[in-house]
Design a protein around this ligand. Structure first.
Ligand code: DGJ
Length: 729
């Protein structure tokens, strides 16, 4: 049993392989957080020594004990208007205007297996893999129950958290904020490691010390966003890749989100994470419930690499339901940077022939195959083939491509509509716009109201027909603008605050139905590159287009930041043309391949423009992609350098779970004359085993490679790279 309840001291203790989590019911009924950290026995109630710190109110029944205040106690899920002035986890109001939530223990339950959430993606568990703790807190004055859910994955070192709210009163209850997680950390000096960015430069890691006050990471874009990824880490000031304590907080949510970290007057930290509350409200009729999205929580006392590896494995094994999650992915050639909108059947067939000759597995037809879609001004919503470009439809094209021995994949952007489209002309009310106001446009398109059942039904009907009637083995699901005019024509005025979250639920519903109905289709997420790269999407799709920036040098930083939370098996990465279309930079073909190999591999160029030497090099790349597939996608990932640091060397490494082989990857982003030795220490090897490197007859112990390290031959030229394979002998 990984969840224990001690009746005598009313303490819940959760043990995973390396961590312990503990909470206790206080005499007042409030649920106090005692500990989350390195595995340890004992009851941690001795740590908190209550004292009167002034101007911190006391619960009514303890009004003569001035040292006991919710303002200074560590809490499992803070309420509001209780005299705790730190971050509130919940804000609500009754029809009579009663606000606030004073949450006291009501009941609990410990069950085998993992809880599920209604309409939301969540981690799953095999038999015996997880246990669930449910603790229900209540505020009878308001008529509110808050069920705190903990999914405990002992072997994986992950605790999932979610919250279910129930209106137990006689009238309606309006929720204005519902956090999925509240985590109080009483002691220590912490940094916030977060992943900000912009279009074409997603997930740039930034580490800042927590100031006294509140720091916020969030999105109001209706998507998890290019600008602020929902995944954050709290790590000790001194924590490194290999040592030190760190907490990971990974929301399983793809819409607007907010995570706040508050360092309070006593130096304690509270983290509150969940749906973005700006603009959010949700009405619950008596008896109704609301599920807040899941958060994947993990802790490592062995530094950031271990934390990342925990998430990588968990996402592959316990979050992503696709049968492709742990399977080799086809190498694809995507038509976007090869042709953009300028193609016809002949051009695609020529591309397919070239792709086949190189040894690629699949041709992906990107944007432009449907409606009047000859540019990005029109056509979105019209998911029927443009016969001027593809006479006879998709079927003859796919047949000819399949006959070459290639698979066929296609691009869609289901959640969008152009004003210039048949769909918009027929259903202008399906777009999210505010009546009486010109909507904010993005890439000349509007967002469909995915909160509407009729919209989701329509999309399911046309897209399932597309997949049923054509031999399509891969779908790239794009999303190229954020939500702005968040207004739903099917919701009454008092429910407009639900529109953004209902949108996400509708999008998940469509994804759920399509991925369930077509389990053999490989789905790839995309949002103008990596604008919706999050654990919510990864529950449905095993891979996401990492960025519209395909420049290998820029990708180093993007992929580096992404690996803190997400596995390389989720990061779609392609070799594109040189000079690069986004930056104009020229890089060697080998460097482009080394970088793209740390992802789900493909090409995004016109092979007809390659020389015979380059084509030969690609055949060699494909041989390595296939040879190292299991090592790269199933191995442990180590960041050896930050590609942005002063040495301008990007290095990273994969190690097989049984430590039988490793792959070292290096790119020099600024070669120097007369350079200092390029020396790296490998990680994660078996110290007692002997390894041999490619093209070398000498053997080296794992200990030598890890503690003595490895010196690479000097690399010369623009952005040179090296890839070195070590095999246990
Ligand atoms: C944005 C994507 O990220 C690109 O790869 C491409 O699919 C375009 N959209 C097509 O419009």
């Amino acid at each position: 049993m990984s969840i224990l309840f001690d009746k005598n001291n009313k303490t819940y203790t959760i043990h995973t392989r390396r961590t312990t989590y503990q909470m206790q019911i206080a005499p007042t009924g409030h649920l106090l957080h005692l500990y989350y950290g390195r595995k340890a026995e004992g009851t941690f109630d001795y740590l908190i020594q209550p004292r009167d710190c002034g101007f911190s109110p006391n619960p009514y029944e303890l009004r003569h004990q001035r040292e006991w205040s919710l303002d200074t106690q560590m809490q499992e899920y803070s309420g509001s208007m209780t005299g705790d002035y730190r971050l509130s986890a919940i804000l609500c109001a009754t029809a009579e205007g009663l606000r606030g939530a004073d949450l006291r223990y009501a009941r609990h339950e410990i069950t085998a297996g993992k809880y599920a959430l209604r309409g939301l993606p969540a981690a799953f568990a095999g038999a015996g893999e997880a246990e669930t703790l449910s603790v229900t807190l209540a505020d009878e004055a308001v008529g509110l129950e808050v069920e705190l859910l903990y999914g405990v994955y002992e072997a994986q070192d992950v605790i999932t958290r979610a919250v279910r709210i129930q209106n137990t009163g006689a009238g309606v209850l309006r929720l204005d904020k519902v956090a999925s997680l509240c985590l109080d950390i009483p002691f220590g000096d912490w940094d916030l490691l977060h992943f900000h960015g912009r279009h074409c430069m997603e997930r740039q890691s930034e580490r800042v010390p927590l100031m006294t006050g509140i720091q916020t990471v969030g999105s109001k874009r209706g998507m998890s966003s290019h600008q602020q990824n929902p995944f954050v880490i709290l790590c000790e000031h001194g924590a490194s890749e290999d040592a030190g304590e760190c907490y990971g907080i990974m929301p399983v949510y793809s819409g607007s989100h907010r995570t706040e970290a508050e360092r309070d007057q006593m130096g304690a930290v509270r983290v509150v994470s969940g749906i973005q509350d700006e603009g959010f409200s949700w009405i619950l009729a008596p008896g109704e419930t609301f599920d807040a999205p899941e958060v994947l929580l993990s802790f490592s006392h062995e530094g950031l690499a271990k934390l990342s590896q925990t998430y990588h494995r968990f996402i592959r094994d316990n979050l992503c339901r696709s049968k492709f999650s742990n399977a080799p992915r086809p190498v694809l050639l995507n038509s976007w940077e090869a042709c953009y909108f300028d193609f016809d059947a002949d051009k695609l067939l020529a591309l397919a022939r070239e792709a086949k000759e190189l040894g690629v597995d699949m041709l992906v037809l990107d944007d432009g195959w449907f409606g009047e879609r000859n540019d990005d001004l029109r056509g979105l919503g019209d998911w029927y083939v443009n016969e001027k470009k593809l006479p006879g439809g998709l079927a003859p094209l796919i047949r000819q491509i399949n006959d070459m021995g290639l698979k066929f994949g296609i691009w869609i952007e289901p959640e969008m509509v152009n004003e210039d489209s048949e769909l918009y002309r027929a259903h202008p009310d399906w777009a999210m716009t505010v009546p009486g106001r010109g909507p904010a446009m993005g890439r000349d398109q509007l967002v469909l109201d995915m909160g509407r059942k009729d919209v989701v039904e329509y999309l399911y009907r046309v897209l399932s027909a597309l997949l049923r009637e054509n031999h399509i083995e891969y779908v790239k699901w794009d999303f190229n603008r954020g939500l702005a005019d968040v207004y739903s024509r099917v919701l009454p005025p008092e429910r407009q605050g639900e529109a953004a979250h209902r949108y996400v639920l509708g999008m998940y519903n469509l994804l759920e139905r399509l991925t369930t109905a077509f389990p053999d289709v490989l789905f790839e997420g995309c949002a103008g590159g990596g604008g919706r790269f999050d654990a919510g999407m990864l529950a449905y799709v095993p891979q996401i287009w990492c960025s519209d920036n395909t420049d290998a040098v820029e990708r180093l930083a993007i992929q580096y930041g992404t690996t803190f939370g997400y596995p390389v098996s989720a990061m779609a990465a392609h070799v594109s043309a040189s000079p690069n279309h986004q930056t104009g930079r020229s890089t060697p073909l080998e460097t482009r391949a080394v970088v793209a190999m740390s992802g789900t591999f493909g090409y995004e160029l016109n092979p007809a423009q390659l020389s015979a030497v380059e084509k030969e090099a690609i055949r060699d790349q494909l041989a390595r992609v296939r040879r190292y597939d299991a090592l790269i996608h199933g191995g442990d990932y180590y960041r050896l350098t930050d590609p942005r640091d002063a040495k301008r060397v990007a290095a990273w490494q994969f190690v097989a779970p049984d430590k039988s082989e490793a792959l070292l990857n290096v790119v020099v982003t600024h070669p120097e004359a007369n350079p200092r030795p390029l020396h790296l220490r490998l990680k994660g090897l078996d110290p007692d085993a002997m390894y041999v490197a490619d093209g070398d007859e000498r053997t080296y112990s794992g200990a030598a490679l890890m503690y003595g390290g490895w010196t690479l031959a000097a690399l010369f030229g623009d952005y040179p790279s090296a890839q070195l394979h070590f095999q246990k002998v």
